[in-house]
Design a protein around this ligand. Structure first.
Ligand SMILES: [Zn+2]
Length: 66
């Protein structure tokens, strides 16, 4: 790693759509999700969001499995 680029947090990960390892832009977002639809209780959870820089496929993964 000779250079570091703070503006783009790029990681090479496998993409389901591409079927190969591609460069992904990875970020963490706080998403509001419905914890229980019956009593409208919402919780905000951190998600790891990655976007394939080849095909644009986005996928998010919940970071803490409560
Ligand atoms: Zn892709």
């Amino acid at each position: 790693m000779a250079t570091t680029d703070d503006s783009v947090n790029g990681m090479t990960e496998s993409c389901d759509s591409c079927g190969i390892e591609t460069l992904h832009e990875v970020s963490v977002q706080i998403m509001t999700e419905a914890e229980d639809s019956d009593n409208a209780h919402y919780s905000r959870e951190p998600y790891r969001v990655r976007e394939c820089q080849r095909c644009g496929e986005r996928s998010s993964q919940r970071m803490n499995n409560a």
